[in-house]
Design a protein around this ligand. Structure first.
Ligand SMILES: NC(=O)N[C@@H](CC(=O)O)C(=O)O
Ligand SMILES: [Zn+2]
Ligand SMILES: [Zn+2]
Length: 347
């Protein structure tokens, strides 16, 4: 049976575009379907100042094919030396839409992140005053904390005290992976939101480890138990405006993933919208896909929804997705859900 769904053009509220040859190759994969994306600043070296963000934005727009329309929403990488005045100026000019907090050492390219939270208090207070959201990679890095507990411990030890110390600060918990994250968002007011990735709606930790290790399913925060995946699905498909799509599409070349010390990150830009339609269809929630992918994010960030629409059609034959995309840095494997997907992006 053929079935069609038309939604407002979606946005991606957490995206890694990288730079140079990788940027050139992955940008069209997102711009084909998405109107805007929050661009993660974890380049090497990171995007720290307004001047860095302006130059990176120019490189993104230069890499955008003429036939495509896409607006990069820039962010700054919070360091212990970040200048509140520079942040305020970059926000006032419209250049940046958020600041990103990486606990030092938590994930890919996070060595310049925050270790001593007292050092960023001034920036956070400025952000609360001007209404600029803080996007948070929510994992503690303490060696003695089990990697599967790092998100839950972060909420208790870092995030909740930080929010209490900075009233009015708007926070997005990025790529939540646990029921603890879902519950924490739900138990708070509208100044707290969360992004959920496509892959965390599909895989649990068994997918990574059972029957042989699957490097292309390894990302941070690492996928958790099935009960957590189900909590994420319930949140994403609920229509609750505090939950919205952030794919965390994070390209790494195959040699860097398929190695003795493989990089963290799943590349989902190519097939995210097909996968989401599949997931929402499976849960009988197709009518909530637009809220999750196209409406809730702009509402949180105080931006208008996109003009234009995206249509998806369910057909008898499954979608063909390339196994890899070629980049100037080497091949990048596209996330494979491990089941056939029948929802095609058709317009
Ligand atoms: N999610 C990941 O596993 N990796 C991201 C970093 C991040 O979002 O934590 C990356 O930049 O590769
Ligand atoms: Zn992260
Ligand atoms: Zn990310």
């Amino acid at each position: 049976m053929t079935q069609t769904l038309t939604i407002r053009r979606p946005d991606d509220w957490h995206l890694h575009l990288r730079d140079g040859a990788m940027l050139q190759a992955v940008l069209p994969e997102t711009a084909r379907h998405f109107g805007r994306a929050i661009i993660m600043p974890n380049l090497v070296p990171p995007v720290v100042t307004g001047a860095d963000a302006s130059a990176y934005r120019d490189r993104i727009l230069a890499a955008l094919p003429d036939t495509m329309q896409f607006e990069p929403l820039m962010t700054l990488y919070l360091t212990e030396n970040t200048d509140p005045a520079d942040v305020a100026a970059a926000h006032a000019s419209g250049l940046i839409k958020a600041v990103k907090l990486y606990p030092a050492g938590a994930t890919t390219n996070s060595s310049s992140g925050v270790a001593n939270f007292d050092k960023v208090r001034g920036v956070l207070e400025t952000m609360a005053e001007i209404g600029l959201p803080l996007c948070v990679h929510g994992e503690v890095t303490d060696a003695e904390i089990d990697i599967f507990d790092r998100e839950a411990v972060f909420i208790d030890r870092i995030l909740d005290p930080l929010r209490r110390a900075t009233p009015g600060l708007r926070v997005v918990m990025e790529h939540i992976t646990t029921a603890n994250g879902v519950d924490y968002v739900k138990s708070n007011a509208a100044d707290l939101g969360a992004t959920i990735t496509t892959h965390h709606l599909i895989i649990n930790r068994n997918h990574i480890l059972v029957g042989g290790i699957k490097p292309h399913y390894y990302c941070l925060p690492v996928a958790k138990r099935e009960e957590h995946r189900l909590a994420l699905r319930a949140a994403a498909t609920s229509g609750d405006a505090r939950f919205f799509l952030g794919t965390d599409s994070a390209p790494h070349t195959d040699p860097n993933k398929e190695s003795a010390c493989g990089c963290a990150g799943c590349f989902t830009a190519t097939n995210t919208m097909s996968l989401l339609a599949h997931v929402f269809d499976e849960d009988g929630a197709l009518d909530q896909l637009e809220a999750f992918a196209s409406l809730n994010g702009p509402a949180f960030y105080g931006l208008p929804v996109n003009q234009g629409t995206l249509s998806l059609t369910r057909t008898e034959h499954p979608v063909h997705v390339p196994e890899k995309i070629e980049t100037g840095d080497g091949p990048v494997t596209v996330f494979d859900p491990g089941f056939p997907v029948h929802w095609h992006v058709t317009a």
